[in-house]
Design a protein around this ligand. Structure first.
Ligand SMILES: [Zn+2]
Length: 109
């Protein structure tokens, strides 16, 4: 049985491998978080736009900033994970932190 433990070369090899793995993993993990926040905001904005349209129809009013702010005050859940400012324009809810330009791009055929 070897009671000396690890040699310096073995420890250095392990440290180099761990640092390479962390250099690969950390950017991917942070990118996943940003993508998840953007997707969450997009889905919540779509849902809130539908709810706001129903609110306008139910109350038989047209959109204006007063009704939009009143609607947002009664909203019980957080729409944007990064607390972006939401605006209702042309039937869509836009966020100052996130855009949904990816889905509007026309694919090249
Ligand atoms: Zn957002």
């Amino acid at each position: 049985m070897n009671l000396k433990g690890f040699t310096l070369v073995e420890v250095l090899v392990v440290l180099v491998i761990m640092s390479i793995l962390s250099l690969i993993a950390i950017p991917k993990i942070t990118n996943y978080k940003a993508t998840a926040e953007e997707q969450t905001c997009l889905i919540n904005r779509r849902q809130i736009a539908l709810e706001y349209d129903i609110y306008l129809l139910h109350n038989e009013v047209d959109h204006d900033s007063f009704h939009w702010n009143k609607f947002l005050e009664n909203c019980v859940y957080q729409i944007c994970p990064t607390n972006g400012i939401l605006k209702y324009e042309d039937g869509k809810v836009n966020c100052t932190d996130h855009t949904d330009t990816k889905e509007e791009e026309v694919p090249f055929l």
